[in-house]
Write a protein that binds this ligand. Structure first.
Ligand SMILES: Nc1ncnc2c1ncn2[C@@H]1O[C@H](COP(=O)(O)OP(=O)(O)O)[C@@H](O)[C@H]1O
Ligand SMILES: [Mg+2]
Length: 438
């Protein structure tokens, strides 16, 4: 198979790394790539949102399957463009991608499918929204309807904060057009988890659960980021919960989408709040999360390329994929200052101690202990043969081991071997899970 991966971050590096291990893949391209990806895939200088040119490229290069990492090209209709030209692509079409690109659409689908979720109301008129907020009075959550780069949701203690958030979105338009409409919903409490399923329009295979860490500092303090680390599986929750999520969330959602004539093909990412025996869906995303994807790719077994192609064709079968019962963890190495302003172009050292040929004590021990360690590139660049920082999230150190504790120790050992000025790493990835296990 000839494959094209669309995207350029740690998620796409992990996908390329895993796809490159598929026996059926003999040529891999990635747009736009990064120095880590480029060691596995031929870089293609077309931006992920340039969907016409991507389709031209796929046709010209006789690509057998295109896999899309980020949500934006999906929302712009990359799957529709490829389908119109008879090109296979894994990812939902524009209509199905609304599960992520419109929060009111997602809530409507949840309601139709009987999927448990917070009670909500949708507003296009700010006066009506204000009235609703005052009436509710209680803790609530205000969500801009459209894509807002993870910044469109405000969790509010009471009506004052909710009024401010509503006006920010609808009047001051701080999220642009994404805030013309808002969803105001009941505030839930509990533990947040992410669940992933590979869907072929009619059915789905579970890809496992993961827990992300959004705030930039330890103890969940500081502003939210794209994610500072993740781990999978989530030992606080057992296989029974996974089955419930498949039965109560994924399957009914797929049924409703298919009945509407817009079947969902691709990776469905369900964000959930779990409180004792209660589970509620917070949101859908229509692609892998980053850095959850990196941890999940460590655990996946089987021919990933064949599985993704089968999903794209609507022919997914249970034998296509398995998940290792081992624990995987991903730890993000970020630029100092991220998610605010940060420097770029800072030299990165120490990677060869993990990925290269220079033996280190840790590498020998990891081999003996059967710990698998891998560092993915998220925001790096190569200038004059030197690897330098080129983004807020720079690298993602991952490890998989028979216990979560060992995986965490190995991932941090790897993260600590890498150096660049201002490097920031959250030190408590998976700490809650480890405390629960102790
Ligand atoms: N109903 C809710 N109750 C409590 N917290 C919520 C609720 N909805 C969202 N959140 C919090 O806000 C975060 C972002 O909301 P989400 O719906 O995932 O939007 P997005 O990821 O697009 O910003 C969630 O990860 C969760 O922490
Ligand atoms: Mg979210």
């Amino acid at each position: 198979m000839r494959l094209l991966v669309v995207g350029k971050g740690g998620r796409e590096h992990a996908l390329c790394w895993r796809l490159n291990q598929s026996p059926s893949v003999w040529k891999l391209f990635c747009t736009v790539g990064n120095p880590g990806i480029n060691s596995l895939a031929t870089p293609v200088p077309i931006e992920p949102n340039d969907i016409r040119r991507l389709a031209d490229f796929a046709a010209q290069e006789r690509i057998d399957l295109t896999v899309v990492g980020p949500e934006e090209p999906l929302t712009l209709g990359i799957a529709d463009e490829f389908a119109a030209r008879g090109l296979a692509l894994l990812g939902p079409d524009r209509a199905a991608a609304q599960l992520e690109s419109s929060k009111s659409f997602a809530k409507q689908i949840m309601r139709e499918a009987g999927v448990p979720t917070a009670s909500f109301a949708v507003f296009d008129d700010v006066e009506q929204a204000r009235r609703h907020v005052r009436q509710l009075g209680a803790p609530m959550v205000v969500k801009a309807d459209g894509l807002a780069a993870g910044k469109g949701v405000t969790v509010c203690d009471g009506p004052e904060a909710a009024l401010r958030a509503t006006e920010d979105a609808m009047v001051r338009r701080v999220f642009g057009d994404a805030g013309r409409r808002v969803v105001i919903e009941e505030r839930l409490s509990g533990q947040e988890i992410s669940f992933f399923a590979l869907c072929d329009g009619a059915g789905a295979l579970p890809l496992g659960m993961a827990q992300d860490h959004k705030p930039v500092f330890d103890g969940d303090r500081g502003p939210n980021t794209g994610g500072m680390g993740a781990y999978s599986p989530v030992p606080q929750f057992d296989a029974a919960l996974e089955e419930r999520i498949m039965r109560e969330v994924v399957e009914p959602t797929l049924r409703v989408m298919a009945a509407r004539g817009t079947p969902f093909r691709g990776v469905l990412f369900v964000g959930l709040m779990v409180d004792g025996g209660r589970l509620n869906v917070l949101e859908y995303n229509v692609r892998f999360g980053d850095p959850e994807c990196e941890a999940l790719m460590m655990r996946l077994e089987g021919d990933l390329a064949q599985a993704l192609l089968a999903a794209a064709r609507g022919q997914l079968a249970p034998e296509h994929l398995r998940l290792s019962p081992k624990s995987a963890v991903s730890v993000v190495l970020a630029s100092g200052g991220y998610p605010g302003a940060y420097d770029k172009g800072l030299p990165i050292g120490g990677l060869q101690r993990i990925d290269g040929n220079e033996p280190s004590d840790a590498k020998i021990r990891w081999a003996v202990e059967q710990v698998r360690v891998k560092v993915f590139h998220a925001g790096t660049a190569s200038t004059q043969g030197r690897l330098v920082t080129d983004g807020g999230r720079v690298l993602v150190a991952c490890a998989m081991a028979s216990t979560l504790e060992r995986a965490v120790a190995a991932a941090y050992e790897a993260a600590d071997m890498i150096e660049f000025k201002g490097k920031h790493v959250r030190r408590d990835i998976a700490a809650k899970a480890l405390a629960g296990l102790a």
